[in-house]
Design a protein around this ligand. Sequence first.
Ligand code: SF4
Length: 380
Amino acid sequence: MTAWEIKGWCPGALRPMQSGDGLVVRIRPPLGRLTPQQAEAIATAAETYGNGIIDLSARANLQLRGVTEASHPRLIDDLRAHSLIDPDIETESLRNLIMTPFRDAESTALAATLTAALTRMPNLPSKFGFALDTGPRPVLMQASADIRVERAADGRLILRPDGHPLGQRVTDFGQQAIAMANWFVQSGGVTNGRGRMAALIAKGHIPPNCTLAPAEPLPTPTPGLHPDGALVALAFGQMRAETLHALAAPGHELRPTPWRMLLIVGARTLPQIPGLITDPTDPILRITACTGAPACPQAQGDTRGLARHLAPHLAATQTLHISGCAKGCAHPSAAETTLTATGTGYDLIRNGTAHDTPSLTALTPQAILDHLKAPNAPHL
Ligand code: SF4
């Protein structure tokens, strides 16, 4: 039994989720990209129907916040007019697909094949997803996905179940993706409508013909200029509609990434737009903080205000996870240092998750800062 609520499903646009600041409406960009016109439409919709805040999720989707029951239908109409809405809830919930922002000629065709195959998949848990990580070397291994398409060292494609080091040579991508999803269900991967591939693999189940390793993965990219364009980061993956308007204005395609960054395709200079982080050494990039209070109804305290307060005092390579409650949405795995809001201050957990045993409890923001500044204090 946990003290927090486990929803077990992801919000969409057609099936939004209630939060502390209204409905959260998640837009899954078709083929992982936004035309400048679509980006402009989303920015306008965020201002018109929501509170102007736009999140970039860990699955490279965009979320509008502060939408009301009354404004939701008109929002959907506007987004549908820009081809940003699936035909129905079932199609929307099936389309859990992350694509590498660094594409090659094959990526779009593979995405179309997978999209068509989704309708022939078995009944999969709503968090079950796919990653098309088809650049020369994988970059999405840390992003949430259950079935991954990557390249082996020889450049040919493999289909790899998450949690297993080896994958199958791709010969008929659509059929193989369906077969692996069927294998997952038939091997007992789903319990009470939930389940993830890595958990099934961890129990010793391995799909057939998985014999090929992916190429050496690339490190997670940082903000700056890349061969495909300019990567810009958003503090905590959040921006205001004005920032998206400014990003859309020069007319570049935008590709959301699972790293709280957007790729401005083809840009040769870094934009100077308020709300964007272009310096890879900015300490705010080393802090992970969930929505927290007041926008999340389960939060026991502020997260992002504290993060901005602490960021200038972090040591050069130090990382920090700040969680509004013990659920730890923003960083479910263990972190070097976690601060968990409890309602009576913050618990400090070292090398653990937001709900692990703390080494210090009931810290005030000032006590945390003092701890950071004290020269001989144990490192936070
Ligand atoms: S971890 Fe953060 S976002 Fe998740 S439920 Fe708790 S307060 Fe809300």
